[in-house]
Design a protein. Structure first.
Length: 479
C-alpha cells in the first residue's frame, strides 16, 4: 500500500471508546445492520481506488431514513467521524474510511419508492443502482439518462455525491441535470427535503450545492430523478483515425459546428486493443484512435446528422466509418466501451484520471499526456467522454512495485495539472476524494478554498463527515 497521500490522524478519544461505540450502535440497529468484527470489516477498507486502505471502526447498514438519522445523531453527539458509502465504486478514494470512522453504507436502502410516468419522475432510495432505474421504466418507454460505466453496480446516492455522468451526458447532462429532489439527513440527524417533483423549487438552490458534495454536507437517503422518453431510434457509428490528435480535432469541430450527438466516446490504440480483445465488438485494429459517435431520432434525422459528422471527419483524415447494422451490433459496441476499465484491469494495474479540458485543447492535452507518461517510463490507455472533454487516461503500472506505483501517481498528478493549465478542471465526474485533494491548490486560490470550506463547515462544524477528503489537510478551520 502506498502512503504518499496522508489521512487525518485518528481521534484518540474515539479509538479509546470503540467498544462502547459498538455497543451503542448495537442498541440503535438490528444485528444484521451492524458490522464490527475485524474480518468482516475488510470488504469496507477501500473502494475502487485500491492503492489506499484503512480498516473502519464499524460499519452501519441502515434500512430507513430514521435509522440513518439515529446513527448520525449519535455520531454527532460524540464527535465520531462518518464516511458515507454507496457501492464503493469511487475511483478517487471517496469512500475509503479511517480507523476512527463509522462507515455508513446505504446498500440496504435499495427500493424504488414511486414511479410517476405522467410527471416523468421516479423516487428512489439512495442504494438503488443506476441501471436499475432505467430497467424499471424501460418497458414503458422511458430511461434514466446518466449512465456511468459502472452503472450496473454504482448507486444513485454515490452518483449524487460525485455528480456522475457517463457516455450520454453530452446530450442529456450529468446527475445534476437529472436530479429534481433529495431527502437528506444532516450531521446532527435532522432530516430535510430539497427540491421535489416540480421542475423548479422555491428558495435557494441548495440541491445544486448537494449534488457533488462528496458526502460532506449530509447523507442523501432518497432521490427524485427525471425520467426521459426513449428516442425513436439510436445508432452508434465507429470513426477510425490515424492518430489521437486527429480524432481530438474532429471532436472539437463537430461541437463547434453546433452538432450535438447523444455521445462521442474516444479510445486510443491501446484502449481499442484492450477492449476488442475483451468484448469482440468489431472495433478496427488498424487505426490509432477511435470515436464512437451515437446519434438518435428518426431515420431521416440520423442520416442527416451523420452526413454532417462524416463530412467533418473526412476533413481530419478519417480512415474508417462503420455504422452498426443491428441492435446486437450496437449493444456490442457499447459493451466494449463500458467494459474498458474492467478489461484494462485484466492486463495491468492502473490509475484512472478524471480531468476535464476545453474541447479546443483536446489534441494538445492528448499529445502532452502521452509525453508525460512516457517521461515516467509507463504506458497509458486513453478512453473517455470526448464530447464534453472529460479525460480518462488509464495509467498502467505494477501495484506490487512501490517505485512503479509512485511514478504512476506522479504522472497522474502532472496530467491533472495539465488539464487545469489548459483551462479545464481537476474532475469531471469521479470527484476529488483523496486522489486530487492536494491538487486543489493548483486549481483554486486560498480565498477560493476558504470560501468553499466555510460552506462545508456551515453544514458540519465539527468536520466529522468524510473528513480526510476534498480539501487539503493544511489550512482547514479548527473543528
Amino acid at each position: 500500500m502506498s502512503d504518499a497521500i496522508p489521512f487525518l490522524k485518528p481521534r484518540a478519544d474515539v479509538l479509546a471508546r470503540r467498544a462502547q461505540i459498538v455497543a451503542d450502535l448495537t442498541d440503535l440497529l438490528p444485528p444484521e445492520c451492524l458490522v464490527h468484527e475485524a474480518r468482516e470489516l475488510v470488504p469496507f477498507e477501500t473502494d475502487a481506488f485500491v492503492s489506499y486502505r484503512r480498516l473502519p471502526l464499524a460499519v452501519a447498514l441502515p434500512r430507513t431514513t430514521a435509522e440513518v438519522s439515529a446513527v448520525m445523531r449519535y455520531c454527532h453527539r460524540y464527535g465520531i467521524p462518518v464516511v458515507p458509502r454507496g457501492a464503493g465504486t469511487s475511483l478517487s478514494g471517496g469512500a475509503i474510511p479511517q480507523e476512527d470512522a463509522v462507515v455508513l453504507g446505504l446498500s440496504k436502502m435499495n427500493g424504488i419508492l414511486e414511479i410517476d410516468l405522467a410527471n416523468r419522475v421516479a423516487v428512489v432510495q439512495a442504494g438503488v443502482t443506476n441501471l436499475n432505474i432505467s430497467e424499471s421504466v424501460s418497458a414503458d418507454g422511458f430511461f434514466y439518462a446518466p449512465d456511468p460505466s459502472s452503472q450496473l453496480a454504482c448507486t444513485i446516492g454515490g452518483n449524487i455525491g460525485m455528480n456522475s455522468g457517463g457516455a450520454h451526458c453530452l446530450k442529456y447532462g450529468v446527475t445534476t441535470n437529472n436530479l429534481l429532489g433529495v431527502k437528506m439527513v444532516l450531521v446532527d440527524g435532522t432530516v430535510i427535503e430539497l427540491g421535489g417533483m416540480a421542475l423548479d423549487a422555491a428558495g435557494y438552490d441548495l440541491l445544486g450545492l448537494v449534488c457533488g458534495h462528496e458526502g460532506q454536507l449530509g447523507i442523501v437517503t432518497e432521490a427524485t430523478v427525471r425520467l426521459i422518453a426513449k428516442p425513436e431510434g439510436a445508432r452508434p457509428v465507429l470513426f477510425g483515425f490515424e492518430a489521437s490528435e486527429e480524432a481530438g480535432a474532429c471532436v472539437a469541430d463537430v461541437i463547434a459546428a453546433g452538432i450535438i450527438p447523444v455521445a462521442i466516446e474516444f479510445m486510443d490504440k491501446p484502449a481499442i486493443e484492450i477492449c476488442e480483445a475483451f468484448a469482440h465488438a468489431g472495433y478496427p485494429l488498424d487505426v490509432g484512435a477511435l470515436l464512437i459517435v451515437e446519434v438518435e431520432g428518426s431515420e431521416a434525422e440520423m442520416d442527416a446528422t451523420l452526413k454532417d459528422i462524416v463530412e467533418i471527419a473526412r476533413r481530419h483524415g478519417v480512415k474508417t466509418v462503420r455504422e452498426c447494422q443491428s441492435a446486437t451490433e450496437a449493444a456490442l459496441i457499447w459493451k466494449g466501451r463500458k467494459s474498458a476499465f474492467g478489461a484494462t484491469g485484466r492486463i495491468a494495474d492502473y490509475i484512472c484520471m478524471d480531468g476535464t479540458v476545453p474541447l479546443s485543447q483536446l489534441s494538445h492535452v492528448l499529445k502532452r499526456t502521452a509525453e508525460i507518461v512516457d517521461h515516467y517510463g509507463l504506458r497509458v490507455a486513453n478512453v473517455f467522454h470526448a464530447g464534453d472533454g472529460n479525460m480518462h487516461p488509464l495509467i498502467l503500472f505494477n501495484a506490487n512495485d512501490p517505485e512503479d506505483a509512485a511514478r504512476a501517481e506522479a504522472a497522474g498528478n502532472d496530467i491533472l495539472k495539465l488539464c487545469v493549465d489548459a483551462g479545464g478542471c481537476l474532475t469531471g465526474e469521479h470527484g476529488v476524494g483523496i486522489e486530487k485533494r492536494d491538487l486543489m491548490r493548483h486549481q483554486y486560490s486560498e480565498a477560493d478554498l476558504a470560501q468553499q470550506m466555510a460552506v462545508r463547515a456551515a453544514f458540519d462544524p465539527g468536520w466529522i463527515l468524510n473528513p480526510s477528503k476534498v480539501f487539503p489537510l493544511e489550512g482547514r478551520p479548527a473543528a
